[in-house]
Design a protein around this ligand. Structure first.
Ligand SMILES: [Zn+2]
Length: 244
């Protein structure tokens, strides 16, 4: 197991604290709701339970083994640690952001899916599923989250919140912002009537064009900013930004 004081883990702890503060600033969470984690080899660094994001320090970040058997933590790890570990076990994601953002929760209470009414949803792998409700921290929630994430880098937890993954904390966080924005756009569209939805063919065409346009950029981009040449939404970062 990786040493809890390694330079890599220290950097990740600081990253988790700075992105946690952004959760508040960006309106994706209140108080200590939600959680962020990153996988480094065989361990997972995750935000603690019950510490307000504006008070969190790098030393408060918990480190748990990928299989959940061992931990180095002064604080209690997030109550959603089982869900994070289940997602790491089932996907190749290396970062997860879980929020209690308002637009996504509102949608989750009334819809079974966030449909593709804007092509940016291809940045999440396509229309985003709403997982059935299960109590926070439960094995049932972890299972439902993993199922809803199939072929996606985002999922919505009914009457609970949002979940996004990526190959870096930055990528997973950008997707959390994108998911919240798409939910808001969908709510606004419904004010006008029944929104038109992009077809699977429309979305596939966007994904193909995005890959084509980004390929040259990715070859010269710094490692970790994006993952070239993979269609796995758990690892690839097909772009939360508009390529065109
Ligand atoms: Zn939650």
């Amino acid at each position: 197991m990786q040493r809890p004081d390694s330079a890599e883990l220290r950097a990740v702890r600081e990253h988790l604290v700075s992105y946690s503060a952004r959760l508040l600033a960006d309106g994706l969470a209140v108080g200590s709701a939600g959680n962020i984690s990153a996988r480094i080899g065989d361990v997972v660094a995750i935000t603690p339970s019950g510490i307000s994001y504006d008070e969190m320090q790098p030393g408060d970040i918990c480190v748990v083994a990928l299989d959940g058997t061992e931990r180095h933590a002064t604080e209690e790890p997030s109550s959603e640690t089982p869900m994070h570990l289940a997602i790491y076990a089932a996907t190749s994601a290396t970062a997860i952001v879980h929020t209690h953002s308002a637009e996504v929760i509102a949608l989750s209470s009334a819809c079974d899916e966030l449909p593709g009414i804007h092509y940016a949803i291809t940045g999440l792998g396509g229309p985003v599923r709403v997982a059935p409700y299960a109590r926070f921290g439960s094995a049932g929630l972890a299972e439902a989250a993993v199922a809803a994430l199939a072929d996606r880098s985002a999922a919505i937890l009914r009457n609970h919140g949002a979940l996004t993954c990526g190959s870096s904390i930055a990528a997973a966080y950008d997707r959390a912002l994108l998911l919240e924005w798409l939910a808001r756009v969908y709510r606004l569209a419904r004010c006008y009537g029944t929104p038109g939805v992009l077809s699977a063919a429309d979305l596939a065409e966007v994904s193909a064009e995005t890959q084509r346009r980004r390929y040259g950029i990715r070859r010269s981009s710094e490692p970790g900013s994006s993952d070239p040449g993979t269609s796995d939404p758990g690892t690839s970062d097909p772009g939360t930004s508009d390529p065109g």
